[in-house]
Design a protein around this ligand. Sequence first.
Ligand SMILES: *[C@@H]1O[C@H](CO)[C@@H](O)[C@H](O)[C@H]1NC(C)=O
Ligand SMILES: *[C@@H]1O[C@H](CO)[C@@H](O)[C@H](O)[C@H]1NC(C)=O
Length: 501
Amino acid sequence: MAGGRPTTTTTMSALGSTSTSTSTKHKHKQRVLLSLLATLVFLVAASVLLSTKTQTQPQPQPLLRLHLLRRQASDHAALVSAYAAYSRRLKIDASRQVRLFSSLASSLADLASRSDVDKEAKDRVKLARQLVSESKEAFDTQLKIHKLRDTIFSVHQHLHRARKLGDLSSRIAASSTPKSLHCLAMRLMEHRISHPQDAFPSTPASLASDLSLYHYAIFSDNIIAVSVVLNSVIRNAAHPSRHVFHVVTDPMYLPAMQVWFAKQPPTAGAHVDLHSTAEYTFLNASYSPVIRQIETGNQELSLLHYLRFYLPEIFPKLKRIILLEDDVVVQKDLAELWTVNLQGNVNGAVEMCFGGFRRYNRYLNFTNQMVKERFSPRACAWAYGVNVFDLQAWRTEQCTEQFHQYQQMNEDGLLWKPDTVLPAGLMTFYTTTKPLEKSWHVMGLGYNPSVSPEEIRKAAVLHFNGNMKPWLDVAMNQYKQLWTKYVDSDMEFLQLCNFGL
Ligand SMILES: *[C@@H]1O[C@H](CO)[C@@H](O)[C@H](O)[C@H]1NC(C)=O
Ligand SMILES: *[C@@H]1O[C@H](CO)[C@@H](O)[C@H](O)[C@H]1NC(C)=O
């Protein structure tokens, strides 16, 4: 996953986020304030217009104006309620202001539904204006504080973008690095345009479906992260030429990835097989609720994240695959993982529960009847990051259909938050997951400062889940080297793009 996008697996909440969340509120508040003021001005103008004109020419304009005025009053009511909510949260002069805002909101809403509005509307508007100017002072102080901070980090724009990408704590750091990631993709594209004669790697179909080789799926738009995953697997493999990496990316990033791997092909005879999501025509709205939800405007869904639920369709000829997330680094030969006995299960994964923590009740909404009936709240949650999937068992168990059912039930996001995929995985592979030995997957290097050195040393795969990704400025120093040692630091593109690695 690029930049500060939320990790699919675990514990974002492990990090404090108050300082940055105020900035979000501040933006929103500013917007609310501005639109509130604009509405106010309009409302005043409309009401004045209405009261003067009704005396001179009663027909037929007033009806239209009245309609306008009522609509504005109702919009206004919504804004004032929003304002009340913010001031509640910010505890600005809490009780008095909240009370005033609330009563004002309800009387405005009331006004909106009546027809004889102008005199009373004017009074209400006057009061609203007065309130707004009072609270504006309080907000102004806040604005100044925020301005100062924004200037210090000069990341206004990036904060905004990072908010959309997802998580709070990574925001400040994310301000610089997504810029580098973006720069890298752009440089690679430039290169491609200026060297149209260059050939790009393509893997023969026979190799891509050769059942005697080890196959990996990596779904990512982060070129440098993908290259680290590949390098780390290859350098720790006894027989690199038997490893095939199937990388699927966003159509936008495919050309850049092609340039990267043309210049820096996998070493020691390993294979990379590059694809774009656009190639999978079976992924259409009539088949997949994910696509349907994306096409109807659900912005929280990322197709790349959800591709993991279509492994048997993406790799119709394979019987087994290892799914790696792009924020892992590999330290041991994964050939052994490839041959692990799943005992008829679909998914091999490392569990992450301990005591009462990280059990199903943390990820699923057990208020829901279906969830209550089908799952145990105490069931142990496992993690994405490194998983082995038996694709034949998957096909037999019809896990994709199962996933589709749950995905449909979660249309309104009540079962799980759609920006994470783990809950959907926990449901889909509820009875078909085989716990793997813990050293296969050691987690938390993106948020937990105290992962034991012993565990790290023994780990086959280290997972930088959390916000402090190793490619970001906020990466934890004690872990960063574990990742950076696999970066192709002699690639000119990296130096051009200011990666502080
Ligand atoms: C949509 O996908 C299904 C199977 O996944 C396929 O049979 C169908 O032809 C696809 N439709 C289009 C318009 O591509
Ligand atoms: C959990 O499910 C219940 C019942 O479907 C729903 O009313 C509630 O809003 C859900 N909670 C969350 C946090 O989505």
